[in-house]
Design a protein around this ligand. Sequence first.
Ligand code: GDP
Length: 140
Amino acid sequence: MATERTLSIIKPDATRRNLTGKIISRFETNGLRIVAQKRVKWSKADAEAFYAVHRERPFFNDLVAFMTSGPIVLQVLEGEDAVAKNREIMGATNPKEAASGTIRADFAESIEANSVHGSDSVENAANEIAQCFGKDELVG
Ligand code: GDP
């Protein structure tokens, strides 16, 4: 296993319900280290650029509206096998299908308002991190 970095987003449904600390604690207790973090509010253009790969999906406009509906917390998580480990901690996209004890099973409101984002590959992680953070914002 290699040490990796992955992009995490605590989504607006979670910041609205004051769940930031509870979610961060899941990452830290499972061996992931936060090497960058900031709370921001995305513009429509920010969200459209981040989710450009989903542009043709029927839920694209709803997803952009949701991701711009409130503050989010952007994070870079570092650790052994961090990309896959974070996906495991998050659980499946649809909270109804998420394994018990995962963030989405415990906190998500719906398939859209599912509390967290995590990169799905090492390559996408590198691109997403570069999109959201400057190099000097990562402190390992
Ligand atoms: P993820 O990698 O598990 O986040 O899932 P995807 O990359 O497939 O989808 C990106 C995000 O779009 C999800 O986290 C949800 O917020 C949203 N999403 C995915 N599928 C649906 C859907 O069927 N309907 C709606 N409204 N949103 C969805």
